[in-house]
Design a protein around this ligand. Structure first.
Ligand code: NAP
Length: 322
């Protein structure tokens, strides 16, 4: 089958489309004919050789897709050949076909095209699981998401707004901040010339922070937390090693949590997908949460798509179509 092949660890130029052995669904899995996939930061790390593939998962890059079910593995119930779906993957999305544990399938939300549905699973599952299942953001609480114009950020702003939080966000340009405001952010902060800690502190502090920066923002994020605030770290764009004055966290009775979606066992992923279908898909169907697509490129332009993410000029998601 057609799939993206990496000639070795390196820059976007190592990626090209070639032929690989076809896949078959194991028991409990379905085979999806892929219509589209989307680029995630983890894909760029995997390409560079910095993200070891979890044991047993496909070596092919790709953490999400949309498409049509073409075969059911033994024991799969509730899905049929011909169903249009989107899926959270542990790998293998940049390919013509992918085998997916049935629990990680979701229906295409009402009002979304099959292609654009490819860019929803990773951001919807990451934001829902971290902000709502782990950090338990409540209506009226103050929520800060860093990198508001990225894939995760655009979903986090929309979901937190729809669920009545007060949303603060950071981004690196006026254009990106304007998009964040359009999506519902109440307070936008240009991290290049404003201090998010001061902005949050002036408003009582953040009850929940969703952080993509890791080490670089650790101490300042803790400083920006309100009493009983929860900092959830999901990215390491600002490095992995930092020092923290524990007394600052202690005084606030704060929590620092870090999670990775990809390494969670299938049963946990299935539970997250079920919650996303229950809580997020109705918001998509009513139009209060939308897929934010920066561009749709054919799979053959995968190297250009990875370069686009490296340049970080995109807003929302980069979709690859088959
Ligand atoms: N743990 C997990 O399970 C999980 C799952 C999915 C994603 N993630 C992580 O979540 C992060 C976001 O992913 P994504 O797909 O949304 O990537 P993305 O679309 O590239 O978004 C990242 C954003 O960060 C912004 N940024 C860069 N430096 C910043 C700074 N100093 N302060 C604030 N924002 C800054 C970038 O643009 P500007 O600088 O121009 O504003 C960009 O919009 C990544 O680190 C990814 O690895 C983790």
């Amino acid at each position: 089958m057609r799939a993206v092949i990496a000639s070795g660890p390196g820059g976007p130029e190592v990626l090209s489309v070639g032929e690989v052995p076809d896949v078959a669904p194991a028991a409990g899995e379905v085979l999806v004919e892929v219509a589209a996939t989307a680029v995630n930061r983890a894909d760029t790390l995997q390409r560079q050789g910095f993200y070891p593939v979890p044991a047993g998962s496909s070596e092919i890059i790709g953490l999400e897709c949309s498409g049509t079910i073409v075969e059911l593995g033994a024991g799969v119930e509730g899905w049929a050949v011909g169903d249009e779906v989107c899926a959270l993957l542990t790998g293998g999305g940049y390919a013509a076909r992918v085998a997916v544990p049935a629990g990680q399938l979701m229906p295409v939300p009402e009002g979304v095209s099959l292609v654009d549905a490819a860019c929803l699973p990773e951001v919807a599952c990451t934001v829902w699981s971290n902000v709502f299942m782990v950090a338990a953001l409540q209506p009226g609480e103050r929520f800060l998401v860093h990198g508001g114009a990225g894939g995760i950020g655009t979903m986090a702003i929309q979901l937190a707004t729809a669920l009545s939080a007060k949303v603060f966000t950071t981004a690196g340009s006026a254009e990106k901040l304007a998009v964040c405001a359009d999506l519902g952010a109440d307070v936008t902060i240009n991290y290049r010339d404003e201090d998010f800690v001061e902005v949050l502190k002036a408003d009582g502090g953040a009850d929940v922070i969703l952080d993509n920066m890791g080490a670089k923002y650790l101490a300042r994020n803790v400083d920006a937390l309100a009493t009983s605030g929860r900092l959830v770290i999901i990215g390491m764009q600002g490095g992995t090693k930092a020092e923290l004055d524990i007394s600052a966290l202690l005084r606030k009775r704060g929590a620092v949590i870090a999670t990775a979606l990809r390494s969670r066992p299938p049963a946990e992923k299935a539970a997250i997908c079920a919650e996303v279908v229950e809580h997020v898909w109705p918001l998509v169907a009513e139009g209060s949460v939308k897929p934010i697509v920066h561009t749709r490129l054919p799979l053959a332009e995968v190297a250009a798509a990875h370069q686009l993410m490296a340049d970080s000029d995109h807003i929302g998601k980069i979709v690859l179509t088959l």
